[in-house]
Design a protein around this ligand. Structure first.
Ligand SMILES: [Zn+2]
Length: 76
């Protein structure tokens, strides 16, 4: 049980990329909003590693959902 707990803690300290199947640590936060589902102030956040920042960002941008991309609090 002790190791399972350690894994949980690690996941919290090192949030992972939102791309399917990717387990890299997130370094970017993509803030987006779907006007059909969300109020204008609402922001959904996807986390992305360096490799997926562009593909996830493009996915959102094509749909007109992307609002902002910020560096995700790097834990050194
Ligand atoms: Zn990734």
């Amino acid at each position: 049980m002790r190791s399972a707990y350690a894994l949980l803690v690690d996941a919290e300290l090192l949030p992972q990329c939102s791309a399917k199947g990717c387990r890299a640590s997130a370094v970017w936060a993509l803030h987006w909003n779907n006007p059909k589902l969300h109020t204008p102030e609402y922001r959904k956040i996807w986390l992305a590693c360096d490799d997926h920042r562009e593909s996830l960002g493009t996915f959102l941008e094509l749909r007109g959902f992307l609002r902002e991309v910020t560096a995700f609090g790097a834990i050194s």
